[in-house]
Write a protein that binds this ligand. Structure first.
Ligand code: FES
Length: 184
């Protein structure tokens, strides 16, 4: 069966004939390419997900009910859990924090990781201070550096109140530097 000619162009010796079939073939190819591009978006988002996820960092963790942390109480140790993403892997970690009060009575959450070389600081009720067992670093009840090699005070973490719960955003900070520098 003879194809219906959509147009015919004569240019020197060359004759270009575009039939209805080739026209619809071209349309189909363009449509397929467009559909392929649309379908590629979710694939690309999946492939690039680790980059976004790593940038997202950690999440808010529950510390406890606000009623547990009354004014005038000694620092209270709590273990929190949080999820970190490394590529497609999710890692659930646990860390200790202390709920304390600043000199002006503000609730604070302090990381128990010693800012010197990363040992775990513990609250000593008898001495009324935090003590690091590794090199004898000492801190006041509100986490201020009092004695020893730690180059700064205990690290303060971001907090918020969600309903009746105190929540913390746990972060790691660089060891043995004078300022609190976030590393994740
Ligand atoms: S690690 Fe705490 S004082 Fe050295």
């Amino acid at each position: 069966m003879e194809q219906e000619k959509l147009t015919e162009v004569v240019h020197g010796k060359d004759v270009i004939v575009i039939t209805r079939r080739s026209f619809f073939g071209a349309l189909l190819a363009i449509g397929s390419a467009g559909m392929g591009a649309i379908l590629a978006v979710p694939v690309l988002r999946f492939v690039l997900y680790p980059i976004y996820a790593k940038a997202a960092g950690t999440e808010w963790s529950d510390v406890g009910e606000m009623s547990e942390f009354g004014a005038g109480k000694a620092p209270l140790r709590k273990t929190i859990t949080f999820t970190q993403r490394d590529g497609w892997r999710e890692i659930v970690s646990a860390q200790s924090v202390y709920i304390s009060r600043s000199a002006d009575g503000q609730l604070e959450v302090l990381s128990a990781i010693c800012p010197h070389l990363g040992c775990s600081v513990s609250w000593q009720q008898g001495q009324n201070e935090f003590v690091c067992p590794c090199h004898g670093g000492r801190f006041s009840p509100d986490g201020l550096h009092v004695f020893g090699p730690p180059p700064r005070s205990m690290d303060r973490l971001k907090t918020k109140v969600n309903g009746s719960k105190l929540q913390v955003h746990f972060e790691y900070f660089r060891s043995n530097v004078p300022n609190q520098e976030q590393i994740s």
